[in-house]
Design a protein around this ligand. Sequence first.
Ligand code: DX5
Ligand code: ZN
Length: 224
Amino acid sequence: MTFRIAPSILSADFARLGDEVRAVAQAGADLIHFDVMDNHYVPNLTAGPLVCAALRPHVSLPIDVHLMVKPVDRIIPDFARAGANLISFHPEATEHVDRTIGLIHEHGCKAGLVFNPATSLVWLDHTLDKLDLVLLMSVNPGFGGQQFIASALPKIAEVRRRIDKLGRDVWLEVDGGVKAENIAEVAAAGADTFVAGSAIFGSKDYAATIRDMRTRLGMVRRAA
Ligand code: DX5
Ligand code: ZN
C-alpha cells in the first residue's frame, strides 16, 4: 500500500510560504496541498495562481490544487501554467462536470472530483473512469482546524469499493481534521492520501509529526 501525506498550506505562515513548503518537503511530505477559496463558493479567501507560480520553484513535489471556487473552468489553465500537477474541483461548482475533467486533462494535469460531507457519491457514476483522484471532505470546506466528521468513514469505504471494482489506480484523498491520532482509522477505511493542515503546520516539529503519521500508517491492516 502506498500512502501519501499532503500538508495543506492553509495552516502555514503565509508571510513565509516559500520557507514553509521547503520545510514540509524536507520533513517528508509527498504532495503540497494548495487550497483555493473565493469567498463565494466557500466563506473564505486564500490564494490564486500567482501564489502557486511563486511557490513552484521552491519545491519539486507535486502541487495538489484544491479548488473551492465557482465557476472553475476559467481558472484551470491559469493553475496549469502556474505549475499545478493535480487539480480538484467540487461538482456543485461547475455547470459541466465532464467538460471540466477534460479541461484539466487537456492542460496536462491530473483531475480530481471533491465531495463535501453531504454531497452524494452519485457524481462518481459517470466520472470515476476518467478521474485520477477522488477527494472526500471530512469537514465542510472553508477553514482549517475543524473536527473530523465521522460519517466520512463509511463514505471512504464505499469509494474504496468502487475504485477497487474499477481496477484503476485512482487516488483516494481525505481532507479535514486528519491528524496522527485518527490517520490509521482513515487509512483502514480505504484512504491512501491524507491532507493535514493544522496537524502539521500547527506542530513544532514537522518531520516528527509526519514520521508519527507514517509509523501509524505502517500498522494499518485493511479489511479485504
Ligand atoms: C478546508 C481545506 C483543508 C484544510 C484542512 O476547506 O480544504 O485542506 O486546510 O485543514 P485541517 O487539516 O486543519 O483540517
Ligand atoms: Zn483542501
